[in-house]
Design a binder for this molecule. Sequence first.
Ligand SMILES: [Zn+2]
Length: 459
Amino acid sequence: MRKSLNLSPLHRRTVLQAGTLALLLGTRQIARGASIVAVRIWPAQDYSRVTIESDQPLATTQQFVPEPPRLAVDIEGMNLNAQLRELVGKVRPDDPNIAAIRIGQYQPGVVRMVLDLKHAARPQVFSLPPVAAYRNRLVLDLYPAEAPDPLSSLIAERTGASANAAAPAPEAAGDPLGELIASRPRTGAERPAGTPAPAPAMAAAAPAPVPAPAVARGTDRIIIVALDPGHGGEDPGATGPQGTREKDVVLKVAYLLRDRINATRIGGNPMRAYLTRDADFFVPLATRVAKARRVQADLFVSIHADAFTTPDARGASVFALSQGGASSSAARWLANKENQADLIGGVNVGVQDRHVQRAMLDMSTTAQINDSLKLGGVLLGEIGSMAKLHKARVEQAGFAVLKAPDIPSVLVETAFISNPEEEARLRTAAYQEQLADALMRGIKRYFAKNPPLARSRSV
Ligand SMILES: [Zn+2]
């Protein structure tokens, strides 16, 4: 006899959203008929994500075993199939967190997956209801127990030391699939299925600890520009008519701008770019802001390439935050669209750090917006020298990603990826370099007029 299903509150909600029919049938019947639509793995230093997309919600139980570190997930009402097996071959040898995935038929109607991890981890397992092009998603996020410290990485990069402690070699994972959970005493690190895991990603977002100032030596102040390539991972952003994905193009532009920033000095002080994501994985909007604040960035530049419903929309635009209404209905529309990234990218709402959000709501953004408009103005001017502009002035709307109260923050729509001409241009290395050059010139111009503040400001 199989043990009864143990659904998390989140999962229950998902099931409820499936409607009356679902309630009549009961959850077990639903899960039994589920079939897998796709499996994906998004490896990254911050965390590695495994997504299992299915046509119906999956009922799961999971257990984390710390020694050697591994996560076992049982999918109920499922028989082993080719789609699930694909996961095994999708683990990349250079995945920073996952060493291997084993998968097998644990019991009739129960598939067990075991994720062998490269180091101590804090996993999160949650499900997402259908959104955009996605059906139901079961998400396994594997966060390293010890998150890399971005600030020391930046400083180490500067001094030439290696900031990345080498990941320990994968532990030998000798457990046969079947005996993993059986009769293992529950330890503190293991949670009952359905209990939300602690929020490791958001640990970085906690407002309380103010990191040490980014000063290597008394006179040598590092000027940090946070670059925020939009979307990533499960969230492709906008897609052009030729299939160009926004998340890929903006990451390339961010890399090019990073190179330029890292080779620049302002008033004798070295500059460093800090990327809120440096690979193809999703970063929630609030986490992007929190990451920039954690390194005490002097500027925040979010890079996008958006789409409109008609192919003729064209030109770059630059946005700042608005405290009240949006400066135009188009700006409001765009902000709403960008703010949906968390739904598509996939956020574990059970562990969202509300402290961060509340703390930031209490802080005034008036001064930030004034500085952001200045930054946006010079960036717009420079982009206008090499590309068409959509609007000749900086627009304002309630973009979630621009809400750091203490960092001048702008969002640059580099072009309309939905416009066939602009998409074609965005794909070329030459255009990406011109964009990076223009943004670099704008950043230098901003600092020429608005020298970076001393590092003593309070957070
Ligand atoms: Zn975007």
